[in-house]
Structures are given as structure tokens and as C-alpha cells.
Design a protein around this ligand. Structure first.
Ligand code: NDP
Length: 445
């Protein structure tokens, strides 16, 4: 790493102790930025990097609620408003027991660059709670969401901060959160949250957008090698919103997705995953993936195993951070891997990324490859602002244009900075320069 950046990095890491995921995200970005600072010494003089690593505002709050037995439960809520140079803070809410400040900050930091890459007017933020919705009744989830919003409402707004979903936060949770916001403020402010239901201000394609977008970005990478998803064997991790829609889109483009996972294990379905059955099990019944194997002939379920033990030409990690390490990457490469498109945020460890890059595997980092979700959230905000709702076809066309544009921005930036095909470099520099220019123009903010 550039020695000027090393000193800034060390200060950032020391100022934020015990936040391993945030450190990882910061280091990965810093490793790409040396060449930018050679060309733009003004960014160093104005301390853009130091400012970028310090969130504009961090909110941590108590979330008390009662469970179905009447017992009081306490969770911790977070919202990190990281950077508003390009627009209102924008980024999802994650409900998962692993959530703590370091996770929210890593996600918020990544979101700054991702949102810049989309070309839409949105800043970066992220939030969530250590609440675990798994195994909770609808009534418990509703009481939790109402309590969470009872604090959060004072910090958000269509011109201020616009949360959406992430792990553990889907249409049900967004509904409860929106209802409570409306009740407290007495305002039908559609643009305050995205990922809403289609009959009350949501956008068509938003549920599909992250998974679809990941596949569109990966298809663009494959085109640079004169190939496509058609006829490819694909493995996907996760079986949530992003994973299911990535599976659907990859198969629509002619691929066979042979495996996917949840945190308990993975399934192998050599005939190609039946997306209808997967949606029924995971989205309607909220059951475990094991149930899919129990209902379909010829499917095996591996309890506790790693889905990355299954060979494929394309891997789409769509579960969570650091789920694919150097060992798994090396195994996938030996199995003939051609491309990786990250649907999740930072699913590949730094070792894994190095293995992919050394082996010449096309590697699309999450901040570029999974930007379709937030981009479509920005399209939802556009529809809300104009009190309009677009057709599925039109919205998907816009999503496709945006993903092709992000691919182009990453690829041309990597070319410009002398490292063709390095999408990590292209995404980090492409996003950074846009935000840095805006911060410079706006004075000492
Ligand atoms: P969901 O909650 O819908 O699904 C998450 C999936 O990942 C589930 O299958 C879950 O399994 C699995 N998973 C979660 N945590 C772990 C873990 N610690 N170990 C193994 N598996 C795990 O979330 P999404 O699909 O919305 O999000 C998936 C990823 O995509 C996240 O990294 C998220 O940040 C990212 N992303 C999401 C966007 C969106 O629009 N939703 C936008 C951009 C990125 P289980 O049910 O067993 O927990």
C-alpha cells in the first residue's frame, strides 16, 4: 500500500478498535487508492480519506419490546449516517444476532462507494439491530419493528436518510416499520423507506433487483471473455432474497444452478433448482432449506457443509460477509471456476479475492455487482416523488441499463489506471473519485 495512505489507515484502525469488519472494508479500499492520490494530491491536502472514514453521524439506541409470553426483551438499534455528499443517506437495515457497530460501519462504508457507482443521487448509510427474527411470530416482529421505529423516525426522512431492507428485513418488516413511521409523524411520506409493498408505494422489480443485478453484472463480465451464462453450471450461497432472485435470473439466461445454502447446510439439485418450490419453502413458509430437499426427488442435503465444495463455472456468493475464504476459493479455482459475482456484501475474504485475482478469475466485488438493489430503491424514490408507478418491463430495463453502466464504469476505470480487468480497483476508484469531488466542492464538510 502507498505509504501516505498507510499512515491514514493506521489512524483509522486505531480510532475504531474492535471493529474487524470495518477495518477489513477500509483496508481493501485503501489498497486501491494509491494511484488516485498520485493524480489528485488535492484529495490528500483536503483530508478527504480521513473524513470519509469518519461517519457524519452514528446513532445507537435501546429497543425494548415484549415477546409473546409477556417477557420484556431488549435489543440494540443502530443507524450510521456515513456520507451525504451525493444525496440523502441510503442503505438497508439488517436484523441479525451478529449485528454490532463494526458490521453496521463496514456496510455503511461500502455503501458510500456502491451508491456513487450507481450514478444516482444517494449518499451512504446503514443500520440494523442484533434482533433475531428467526423463530419469532409475526406479532413479535411487529412489536419489535414498532419499537425500533419509535426511535429511528426522528433521524430519517425522504431528504435526510432513507432505509431499506437487508438480511432479516424484507417486505413484512418494512411494512411494520412504515406503518409506525406514518402513525408517529401523521405523514404519508412514501419516500422515507424503500422496499415497500407494491400497493402502497413500492416499486416493481425492487424485490428481485439485487439478485437480478448481480447476474446482469456477472453476464457483462462474462461477455469480456466472449461467453455468457448460457449452459453454465452455477453455485449460489444463501437462499434469501438476493440468492433466490439471482438463481431465477441465472436460470432465465440459460444457466443451471445446482446448489444453494442457508446457515445450516446446503442442497445439491443437479437438475437445476426449482425456483417456485424454493420460494414456497423460504418466502411463503419461512422454513429451512432442508425442507426443499425433503420435497423434491434427486436432491441431496448436506448438513453443516460448505456450498463451495460444489464445482461450478460461476459462483454467486449471496449470503453474508466472509463466507468464502482462501481455501474455498482455491478449491473452486481447481474445479474450473471462471467468474465470481458477489451478491452479498464482502462475502469473499481478502485471501479469497487474492486467489481469484491470481488465477485470472473474473471477480465482481459486491459494491459493484450487488448495487442493483439500492439503484432500484433510488428508482422507487423517483416514483414516490412523482407519485407514479412504472411497469415491470420499464423498471427492469432501467435496472439493466444501470448495471451495464456500473460494469462499464468499473472496467474503464481499471483500464484508465493501468490494471485492466481489475474490477476491485475499478469499483473503489470509480466510487471514491465521485464522492471525493463532491466533498471538495462542498467545502469542509
Ligand atoms: P436474507 O435475510 O433474505 O437472506 C440471507 C441468507 O443468507 C439466508 O439464506 C441466510 O440463511 C444466509 N445467512 C445469513 N447469515 C448467515 C451466516 N452467518 N452464515 C451463513 N448463512 C447466512 O438477506 P438478503 O438476501 O437480503 O441479503 C444477503 C446478502 O446480500 C447480505 O450480505 C446483504 O447485505 C446483501 N445485500 C442485500 C441487498 C438487498 O436488497 N436485500 C442489497 C445489497 C446487498 P439463514 O436463513 O440460515 O440465516
Amino acid at each position: 500500500m502507498d505509504s501516505r495512505l498507510e499512515a491514514i489507515r493506521d489512524t483509522v484502525l486505531a480510532r475504531n478498535p474492535g471493529e474487524a469488519e470495518f477495518h477489513q472494508a477500509v483496508v481493501e479500499v485503501f489498497e486501491s487508492l494509491g494511484p488516485v492520490h498520485d493524480r489528485h494530491p488535492e484529495f490528500l491536502e483536503a483530508a478527504i480519506l480521513e473524513r470519509l472514514c469518519e461517519p457524519e453521524r452514528q446513532i445507537i439506541f435501546r429497543v425494548p419490546w415484549t415477546d409473546d409470553t409477556g417477557r420484556v426483551q431488549i435489543n440494540r438499534g443502530f443507524r450510521v449516517e456515513f456520507n451525504s455528499a451525493l444525496g440523502p443517506y441510503k442503505g438497508g437495515l439488517r436484523f441479525h444476532p451478529s449485528v454490532y457497530l463494526g458490521i453496521v460501519k463496514f456496510l455503511g462504508f461500502e455503501q458510500i462507494f456502491k451508491n456513487a457507482l450507481t450514478g444516482m443521487p444517494i449518499g451512504g448509510g446503514k443500520g440494523g439491530s442484533d434482533f433475531d427474527p428467526r423463530g419469532r411470530s409475526d406479532a413479535e416482529v411487529m412489536r419489535f419493528c414498532q419499537s425500533f421505529m419509535t426511535e429511528l423516525y426522528r433521524h430519517i426522512g425522504e431528504y435526510t436518510d432513507v432505509p431499506a431492507g437487508d438480511i432479516g428485513v424484507g417486505g413484512r418488516e418494512i411494512g411494520y416499520l412504515f406503518g409506525q413511521y406514518k402513525r408517529i409523524t401523521n405523514r404519508y411520506e412514501s419516500g422515507v423507506l424503500t422496499g415497500k409493498g407494491i400497493s402502497w408505494g413500492g416499486s416493481l422489480v425492487r424485490p428481485e433487483a439485487t439478485g437480478f443485478g448481480t447476474v446482469i453484472f456477472t453476464q457483462e463480465m462474462l461477455k469480456t471473455r466472449g461467453t455468457s451464462f448460457d449452459g453454465k453450471r452455477v453455485v449460489v450461497s444463501g437462499s434469501g432474497n438476493v440468492a433466490i432472485n439471482a438463481i431465477a435470473k441465472a436460470q432465465a439466461l440459460g444457466a443451471t444452478v445446482v446448489a444453494c445454502s442457508d446457515s445450516s447446510g446446503y442442497i445439491v439439485d443437479e437438475a437445476g433448482i426449482d425456483v417456485g418450490l424454493l420460494r414456497q419453502v423460504k418466502e411463503v413458509e419461512r422454513a429451512r432449506l432442508k425442507e426443499y430437499a425433503a420435497r423434491r426427488a434427486g436432491v441431496s442435503y448436506v448438513e453443516g457443509g460448505s456450498v463451495w465444495d460444489v464445482d461450478a463455472s460461476v459462483a454467486l456468493p449471496c449470503a453474508t460477509q466472509n463466507e468464502l475464504d482462501g481455501g474455498a476459493a482455491a478449491r473452486l479455482v481447481r474445479g474450473g471456476l471462471l467468474a465470481v459475482g458477489e451478491g452479498a456484501n464482502m462475502p469473499s475474504t481478502r485471501d479469497a479475492v487474492a486467489v481469484f485475482q491470481e488465477a485470472g478469475v473474473l471477480f465482481g466485488p459486491g459494491k459493484a455487482a450487488n448495487a442493483g438493489g439500492v439503484a432500484t430503491s433510488a428508482l422507487e424514490m423517483q416514483q414516490n416523488a412523482s407519485r407514479d408507478s412504472w411497469s415491470f418491463e420499464h423498471t427492469e430495463e432501467r435496472l439493466t441499463e444501470i448495471m451495464v453502466g456500473i460494469h462499464h464504469r468499473c472496467a474503464s476505470t481499471a483500464d484508465e489506471y493501468g490494471d485492466p480487468g481489475n474490477y476491485v480497483l475499478g469499483a473503489n476508484i470509480g466510487g471514491f473519485v465521485k464522492v471525493a469531488d463532491a466533498m471538495l466542492a462542498q467545502g469542509l464538510i
